[in-house]
Design a protein around this ligand. Sequence first.
Ligand code: PMV
Length: 342
Amino acid sequence: MNVTWKSPSNIALIKYWGKYGRQLPRNASLSITLDEAHTITSVTTEKKRTKKASCSLLFEGKPNPVFEAKVQDFLRSIQKDFPFLGSQHLLIETSNSFPHSAGIASSASAMSALALCLCSLDILHGGKLPEDFFRKASNYARLGSGSAARSVYPEFSVWGKTNLVPLSSNQYALASPVHYHANFNDIQDTILLVSRSEKSVSSRAGHALMDKHPMARIRYRNAVVRLEKLLSVLTTGDWSAFASIVEAEALELHALMMTSDPSYILMTPNTLDIIQRIRDFRERTQLPVCFTLDAGPNVHVLYPYYEKRKVRNFIQKELLPLCQDNQALYDHMGRGPIQIFE
Ligand code: PMV
């Protein structure tokens, strides 16, 4: 048996930062699913004698023992839910559309692609048809990497229990809960590669530092307030309100890192220079454009499709020179994962 899924990365507008239990979020988050930044994963099953879940993995066509061990541990941790893992060895081939050292988090696309493959294979091996295939895939993607839960849906996705979204859960994400305004059709996301070096502090360590963070309570409250505002702004189409919520979230994420114990800083001088230039450009031109940040120095520039030409001109002239090797990835809101049939 063989299945292949292509699954995208996503960028959070309302951030998930702080967790408990097994990858359960302290607050609900909301993201845009991307398109160009994606992982394609193909899994073939082979009958075996041993009972423990096992896999061999090729990353970008080459063996990758570190990644393989991580995936094997993950498979063993969920083996009781996927009985076929006890009789089949998995041959996994996975590759990303973006270069490994680009500083783009690959875990969301990689873990969602793998979870989708496992859910498809489960059905092929006689498992029960789930009530909601994508919800199930989202749950297992989350166990691999929290933010991956949101990658299985198109456009906007919400993950985490909130009274604002019926059926929302800490276990899985849901597709866009609102009918968003046409101003947000095909949002553009240019990812400025400010630094391609390895992060000094991992997301896992960053989440853990939230456990004793003096500002944790207020942070989780802020996330609820901003999610409520953002859900409403998505329906009204107000880019200026969108920009202020999204930028506040990005800066709060980094403020939490800076005020953790121990403190750390992932932004670089060029990150700040870019942020200031985006704000100056917005002020000067009144164009709808804003930024968000992941847990790293790279800047995501967000703008509507209908202002693509003007904003890209600005990016090319003013922002690319501040990126490592003048590099950026031009991405946009995507339609979610697709299964590939050979
Ligand atoms: O999925 P993780 O554990 O790598 O955490 C992701 C955290 C952020 O990217 C900073 C925010 C988010 O919601 O994606």
